[in-house]
Design a protein around this ligand. Sequence first.
Ligand code: KIV
Length: 306
Amino acid sequence: MSLERPAMGNSAARAPAEVRELKSNGTARKPVTIRTLRQMADRGEPFSCLACYDAITARWLERAGVHVLLAGDSAAEIVLGLPRTIHMPMELSIWLTAALKRGAPNTVVMADMPFLSYHASEDEALKNAGRFMTEGLADTVKLEADASFAPLVARFTRAGIPVCAHVGSLPQRSAMRGGYGSAGRTAEEARKIIDDAIALEQAGAVMTLVEAVPDQVAQAIIERTEIPLIGIGAGPACHAQILVVHDLLGLTDHAPRFATPLASMGESIQGAATDWVASVSARKRGGRPYEMSESEAQAFAASLAQ
Ligand code: KIV
């Protein structure tokens, strides 16, 4: 097996300038910041976001030119195998957020505030958000919110904590509807989502994320707000798109309908592990052996003979 690093492919030709810089000289790109994202959105240049959960994957995603990494509460399902995002533990969320920033220091890292970490009281919410910024090294925190969260967003903003307001389908509230699903498919619900986005922007949110809504709902938000809109299952007009990296890489058995896998890594993992099982069964040696010098080998043989 070759120890050479794999080639980068030919995607540099269509990559944005900061990504070309990373690929051509192998050094870190210019840091992407919340200001960069705003400028890209204002220029009509889409930016890309992925939810991911570990430092090594984060490093590869930064090398690929991804602009935002979300330490999503979807880790409850993807990493921990739990049934719903509401099971995500606060302490682990902080650790995973910091892991992403260590792996991808030049990428905007967004912490996903877990279920009930921002609901019990504003004081507790502020302390938890602060922990994501300090211990979690986050650049911004994401809250699943509607207009009633505007005072909380204003309080975070006054404290210097940039908020991404997640509207539309809100997985942390899925128990109210009997499961995950879409949102904004009636005129009344669509109008409410738009009003939520406007109220949260007015409260100081620096970005909005809208999940699982018809394209025209996202379009209406874009027309009525100024901050970047990240979409997931919300159509191509959004300033940015986000997916769970496991869905993108073809690792999940049942990806959501809006996710098109661009790799088949599940099958690659299965293939490599099958080869590993066969190689262990056949007593094949992998890698390089640990060796003794000739003199140590002779001394060892002599000691065994005594
Ligand atoms: O936790 C998550 O994966 C999310 C999605 C919006 C990407 O919040």
